[in-house]
Design a protein. Structure first.
Length: 200
């Protein structure tokens, strides 16, 4: 079930409240509009930016827990546990923009020839997961839009995110999964969230 615009506003506000509450000790009640959907198991990512630069992004690709728990855990982890960045300091929180991506269940793309993957992936619609052996990497659907990638570049960049060579999507044994997402983002730090239109 898709989130309504109001639920999008509220889910971003909730993620921000979770982060602010970590530093202030304040409580964060679940908005009434989210009470039911928060019980559904959904994949989710929380992305933090500061001055339009990535500051943290953590999430759960698979629907392994109720959405409310996933948002809370992902929000805190994006602020405190992204290994690419030092933990967010309390004084930074007011400078962050918060984005929440609610995911569909990833589905494996099955093709006879790996070159056919380019026909099964749509930039602005799909996020990707590349899996090769123990290596696994994910890029959200907004990433190729922001970087103006084509499909082949998107596939290659997801391979590199997984820690394998960029042409690994053409190799036997590599698994490619696609998913879509509703993406709600603050237009300014602490501002009202809107749903992003990723189509080009």
């Amino acid at each position: 079930m898709a989130l309504t615009p109001q639920q999008g506003v509220d889910i971003v506000s909730y993620a921000r409240a979770v982060i602010e509450g970590h530093y202030s000790g304040s409580k964060h009640d679940v908005p009434v509009s989210l009470a039911e959907i928060f019980k559904e198991k959904r994949g989710v990512f929380v992305t933090l930016e500061k001055n339009r630069q990535l500051r943290g992004c953590i999430g759960f690709p698979e629907p392994i827990m109720p959405l409310g728990d996933a948002v809370r855990q992902a929000a805190l982890a994006a602020a405190l546990e992204d290994p690419r960045f030092p933990p967010v300091e309390g004084k930074e929180v007011g400078k962050l923009t918060v984005e929440v991506s609610v995911l569909t269940v990833p589905e494996q793309i099955k093709v006879k020839n790996p070159k056919d993957y380019v026909n099964e992936v749509k930039v602005g619609v799909h996020g990707l997961i590349v899996e090769k052996g123990f290596y696994r990497g994910l890029l959200l659907p907004q990433v190729p839009v922001e970087w103006k990638w084509g499909v082949e570049e998107f596939l290659s960049e997801t391979c590199m995110k997984a820690g394998v060579s960029p042409d690994s999507w053409l190799a036997p044994g590599t698994k490619i999964y696609r998913f879509s997402a509703q993406v709600f983002s603050e237009e300014a730090p602490g501002g009202k969230a809107v749903e992003r239109d990723l189509s080009r």
